[in-house]
Design a protein around this ligand. Structure first.
Ligand code: ZN
Length: 783
């Protein structure tokens, strides 16, 4: 069975280092937990309990420790979350998210730093002076927000500032003075650079060369600023809280100071340590000041302890710094884990290497030691990823009771990431329960359960079974799908038959074999590839059957647009070989929901919709918005059907349109006869034109429901549906092709034509040929 996708919302402030932490929605885990875990047993009478419900919080385990916000949300919902973390930076993020210093401590720490002496100067003044530039308009002195560089050059080509004197603002060409300034700082660079890597690795350390390579991603100026700040950390006399606050600010500055900020920003989430062709050098001092809100706005007071410290039964986060395998035995003995939660990590060479570097800068060489391997490993491929995930799942298998649910989120999904995760879990004895996929821009939500036997038989992958699964998904969808959806359908079939990895295979072999099985399955004349590229993962995949509509099946289609509702009942699925498109079914479901719930917020609409279209059918937000914009209006946060789209109003409109078709027909010398859903103009006993009048944008349904040749048929839709129909055509090339063959016109045109004093058959033909949908207001939602 498939669970519905759980909707959430994007955080207003994604928090520090968010370009490296997984982009997850809020509200998802707290919705998932009550559906999948049993509440803990009620406490014995007289036992002291401090939770709100009178029950102690369940124990959850996050073995990946990669998403502080997820753990925080689960803890806030009254659970005890045990998190294993190997990366000292991620550990710090989690600690700070649970237990941040007060805003006053951040401000005081920065003030202490600012007034510390650097020679005769104050440190703050000195560091800010490195970013001084001249306003192009008024000649005043101004702090640059950033400098812009081209890779390999020795001076910036532009600066970005907002002048406090005259208001001039934006990107301006660098001055001679800016360039000289940069060169001057570079002349003392060697000294600061060697200090920077000595904090990470000793002179005789064989990993020193890797530290040097990582530091090459810092320009001289930010490196000078950072090493100056870090050296000063040791000599400042700060309270523990202020010191944590300052560490946190400097961490943000460490990330702001590297060259991985491409300009203009096309890859905002770097995975590799590559210097972009053009990049931004941030003003580090400004970043320190701005860092305060990133930390204070996104954290909350949650009980937090390092293992084996005790957290209250009412919930909190317990962190284990180290590897799961070292903890597994103790957990099994002492802690009943109710569920595993976590965002599955994907290879990120940039973040992992930088983490080792930053840990050394902030806490010294000893802090880097357990994590130093991250400096050395340069290439992380998917087989490496699958092997690492498999090792984690193997430990989980040992410590979890049979049937324990695991909720895994795969942010920034791509086919190979999904293959890696599903293969790793399956090979470790976890059964795939559900996989909900919205778009390639949203995290995939996967539920596994700890299976019965690790040593079960693995089966060879069957191309035929995979092909049948891909075919079944496209039939169920009723419209083309992107490759990621088909890939997922293939993986699910392989996971169900335990065919993702053979016993004697390494993961690189298994991953290759899976990929080639899915590709072979697509080599079938029943599949159509709509793509300008050769590669399987480009464009869209559709079915041959969807092109040739069976007339017999079409007759079973019920366009209930003159029934009690605007679009007819939801899920009125036609027989066998044709399925209404997902987009059409979603339209019906949303309108039905709005009729029953006149004032709904977006999240409620999603919550109703997703269980109706579970798993791989999860509609995109673009699709939901397109339907809403067509039928409803927004008042504050609430969506309600437009007055003209209430069912009675639409029915009157439809009746009126029938009358108009008849009236125009009369004037042109035709008699009008109704045949099923079609209104036919006849002359001399011959059908000249067929009209199919819709209140909805269910153009696919109309095409299936009219037996008359396309060139003879006119589909009439309300003007308010034109953008929705165009959106559907944009995401379904087959529908677009069919719509081109038909005349699709808007109510408004028919109303205008019936008023024309001189209407001939020729002017009628000209007019209906010139009413394209594309002219309606464009909708910019592609997904
Ligand atoms: Zn100015």
């Amino acid at each position: 069975m498939d669970y519905g996708y759980i909707p959430g919302w994007n955080p207003a402030n994604p928090g520090p280092l968010s370009r490296f932490t997984p982009p997850l929605e809020e509200g998802v885990i707290s919705h998932w937990l009550p559906l999948h875990i049993q509440p803990s047993p009620a406490p014995a009478p007289g036992a002291s309990v401090d939770s709100d419900q009178g029950r102690p919080g369940s124990w959850l385990l996050d073995p990946f420790g990669f998403s502080p916000r997820l753990d925080l949300e689960a803890a806030r919902a009254g659970n005890r979350v045990l998190v294993t973390v190997n990366n000292p930076i991620t550990r710090f993020l989690l600690e700070m998210a649970c237990n941040p210093p007060a805003e006053a401590d951040f401000k005081a720490a920065l003030a202490d730093l600012s007034v510390a002496k650097k020679g005769d100067e104050r440190l703050g003044v000195h560091l800010q002076s490195l970013y001084l530039t001249t306003c192009e308009k008024c000649g005043g002195e101004v702090q640059a927000e950033s400098f812009l560089w081209r890779k390999g050059e020795h001076a910036p080509y532009a600066r970005v500032y907002t002048c406090p004197h005259c208001g001039d603002s934006g990107e301006r060409v660098a001055t001679i003075q800016d360039m000289e300034h940069a060169r001057k700082i570079a002349s003392t660079d060697a000294l600061h650079r060697s200090r920077a890597f000595e904090r990470v690795a000793a002179l005789d350390d064989e990993d020193r060369v890797y530290a040097e390579e990582a530091i090459a991603h810092y320009l001289p100026r930010p490196l000078y600023v950072l090493t100056t700040l870090i050296n000063r950390l040791d000599s400042l006399n700060l309270t523990t809280e202020r010191r944590r606050a300052l560490n946190a600010l400097i961490l943000v500055a460490c990330d702001a100071g590297n060259t991985l900020w491409d300009h203009p920003s096309e890859r905002p989430r770097p995975k590799q340590l590559n210097i972009p062709g053009q990049f931004r050098e941030h003003n580090i001092w400004l970043q320190l000041e701005r860092g305060i809100s990133q930390w204070t706005e996104t954290a909350s007071g949650i009980p937090f302890e390092a293992w084996p410290g005790k957290i209250p039964e009412s919930g909190g986060v317990c962190i284990y710094e180290g590897r799961l395998k070292h903890l597994a035995h103790e957990v099994k003995k002492e802690i009943p884990i109710a569920a595993v939660i976590g965002s599955l990590p994907r290879p990120n060479q940039a973040f992992w290497t930088l983490s080792a570097l930053w840990a050394g800068w902030l806490w010294g060489r000893e802090a880097v030691e357990p994590y130093k391997l991250a400096l050395r490993r340069r290439r992380y491929d998917w087989a490496w990823n699958a092997t690492a995930l498999n090792s984690a799942f193997n430990h989980l298998f040992e410590l979890l009771p049979l049937g324990t649910p695991c909720f895994g989120l795969l942010a920034e999904p791509e086919p190979q990431f999904l293959t890696s995760a599903l293969s790793a879990a399956s090979a470790a004895g976890f059964d795939l329960q559900s996989l909900a996929l919205r778009t390639s821009h949203d995290p995939i939500q996967v539920v596994w359960r700890r299976g019965e036997h690790l040593k079960r038989e693995a089966n060879p992958p069957g191309v035929d079974a995979v092909r049948a699964a891909l075919h079944a998904h496209l039939v169920e969808r009723g419209e083309p799908a992107g490759y990621l959806h088909l890939h997922a359908a293939g993986l699910i079939a392989l996971a169900e038959s335990h065919a993702l990895k053979q016993k004697d295979q390494e993961f690189d072999q298994a991953l290759r074999s899976t990929q080639s099985t899915i590709q072979s399955a697509l080599e079938d004349p029943r599949f159509i590839h709509y793509s300008t590229g050769e590669h399987v993962d480009t464009g869209l995949w559709g079915l041959q059957e969807n092109v040739i509509l069976s007339r017999a099946a079409a007759k079973n289609l019920s366009d209930l647009n003159i029934d009690s509702s605007v679009v007819g009942p939801p899920a009125a699925l036609p027989q066998n070989d044709i399925t209404e498109s997902l987009a059409d079914r979603v339209e019906v479901a949303i309108v039905t929901f709005l009729q029953k719930h006149p004032k709904a917020i977006f999240l409620e609409i999603e919550a109703d919709l997703y269980p109706r279209f579970p798993g791989l059918l999860t509609p995109s937000r673009g699709m939901i918005y397109s339907v809403l914009l067509s039928y409803a209006e927004k008042e504050g946060a609430v969506w309600k059907l437009r007055t003209e789209d209430a069912a009675p109003a639409r029915r009157r409109d439809l009746d009126h349109m029938v009358a108009i078709v008849e009236a125009i027909g009369r004037r042109l010398g035709y008699s009008t006869r109704r045949q099923d859903k079609n209104y036919l103009w006849e002359a001399d006993g011959r059908v000249e034109r067929a009209f199919y009048i819709l209140a909805s944008a269910l153009v696919g349904r109309a095409i299936a429901g009219t037996p008359y040749p396309p060139e003879q048929t006119v589909i009439v839709i309300p003007g308010g549906r034109a953008a929705l129909a165009a959106y559907k055509a944009q995401r379904d090339p087959e529908l677009a092709r069919r719509m081109k063959a038909y005349r699709v016109v808007k109510y408004r045109l028919m109303r205008t034509l019936v008023e024309l004093p001189m209407l001939t058959r020729e002017t009628f033909e000209e007019q209906i040929a010139g009413d394209p949908l594309e002219r309606s207001k464009a909708q910019m939602m592609m997904f």
